[in-house]
Design a protein around this ligand. Structure first.
Ligand code: CAA
Length: 261
């Protein structure tokens, strides 16, 4: 529970091998202030370092995943301040989490909230979810990766439209556009996310991490380079006992019993 951990803006718990981080600033629709950023980064790093955790779920409330960076905290800052403190820079550490992270999104995922969801590996959306980059209405542009990750996720024309007009997209359109993996009824969101995360966490932990690493490499490399990395890491799996066990279990028609999970 959060009282054990000392966190004030998030709640953290585990379900089996799944670590769950719930954003918890209900009065501000989970706006991402600096304390919340520090706490999410710390909680994710702790799960990442814990061999008993194989996947993370990041979620918010029914009404809001997160309504963006905290506008009240930002409003009075000038360039020198945001540059000196490298505003939003700490979020890069969350994005660098090495075990798989599922964003279970219901309600508003706007600005930094949409960007935070896109830092996760899989976005699962409730049917009431909405996504957008409304920064332009504040005289601002995205600052937590939205211009880059949204463009890669849904393509230039649609990303331009979203970023330039600030309009929001509902869950159904977000799924059609490739931003989210699946849409489920709100009442089923947490259970579906837990089932997905539990399935991932039942795999070999190092192999799931390698799988994440190679899919992420598709964003950072040429096709030839990415394919080369994939081949090398595929070969690396052959050095793992879990690879031997996985194939032996298939041949013997039984469930694999992985060591690293
Ligand atoms: N920052 C700080 N406080 C916020 C907030 C935010 N991003 N979003 C909502 N809140 C606060 C509201 O100020 C309000 O607080 P008070 O009760 O003290 O007035 C409370 O949360 C409830 O919000 P609303 O009354 O506005 O709720 P609503 O249901 O009428 O509207 C909403 C919901 C459409 C999401 C609306 O709150 C909204 O437009 N929020 C701002 C969205 C936004 O512009 N996000 C981008 C932020 S900039 C950014 O994220 C930069 C970046 O790239 C990293």
């Amino acid at each position: 529970t959060s009282s054990d951990t000392g966190y004030e803006t998030i709640q953290v718990r585990t379900e089996g091998r799944v670590g769950i981080i719930q954003l918890d600033r209900p009065k501000a629709l989970n706006a991402l202030n600096s304390q919340l950023c520090r706490e999410v980064v710390q909680a994710a790093a702790a799960f990442d370092a814990d061999e008993n955790i194989g996947a993370i779920i990041l979620t918010g409330s029914d009404k809001a995943f997160a309504a963006g960076a905290d506008i009240k905290e930002m409003a009075s800052k000038d360039f020198a301040q945001v540059y000196a403190e490298d505003l939003f820079g700490l979020w890069d550490r969350f994005a660098a989490t090495r075990i798989p992270v599922i964003a279970a999104v219901s309600g508003h995922a706007l600005g930094g909230g949409c960007e935070l969801a896109m830092m996760c590996d899989i976005i699962l959306a409730a049917d009431n979810a909405s996504f957008g980059q409304p920064e332009i209405k504040l005289g601002l542009i995205p600052g937590m990766g939205g211009s880059q990750r949204l463009t890669r996720a849904i393509g230039k024309s649609k990303a331009m439209e979203m970023v330039l007009t600030g309009r929001t997209m509902k869950a159904e359109e977000a799924e059609r556009s490739g931003l989210v993996a699946r849409v489920v009824p709100l009442a089923e969101l947490q259970q579906t996310a837990l089932e997905m995360a539990t399935a991932i966490a039942s795999m070999s932990r190092p192999v799931a991490m390698l799988a994440k690493e190679v899919v992420d490499a598709a964003y950072e490399s040429s096709l030839a380079e990415g394919v080369r990395l994939e081949r090398r890491l595929n070969f690396a799996c052959f050095a793992l006992e879990d690879r031997r066990e996985g194939m032996a279990a298939f041949v013997e028609k039984r469930e694999a019993d992985f060591t690293h999970r």
